[in-house]
Ligand binder design. Sequence first.
Ligand SMILES: [Zn+2]
Length: 128
Amino acid sequence: MSQNIEKINAKATEEQHIKRMADLLRQGQTLTELACPVCASPLFRLKSGELWCARCEKKVIVVKEEAELTKVTSALSLETLEATLLAKIQEIQEKMLHETKVEELQKLGSALSGLLENLEKVRKAKKI
Ligand SMILES: [Zn+2]
């Protein structure tokens, strides 16, 4: 029994995470190529310039950010980010298949287009 409850909780948390990411994108916050050191989720750059993890719901301070990141680590985090985005896009697609409410479909649609935009950016960044 308790295992089932844990599964349900994990699913709810994951849904909240997707929703928070979608909300941040809608607010115009930027998805960065940096990954959270705690949960490896992609980090957002807030308009205030701070890095934010939507999964941990915490500010993240990246030591010696960007300037001293080697090309290798940034390529690796782009790979991680691309994989995360693809996984999220797939999750949203699955939700859309089962969703019947127009309002929810619109929300999912805008989350999806935000994710696709970011995927495009990641793929462009990988080519540099
Ligand atoms: Zn995190």
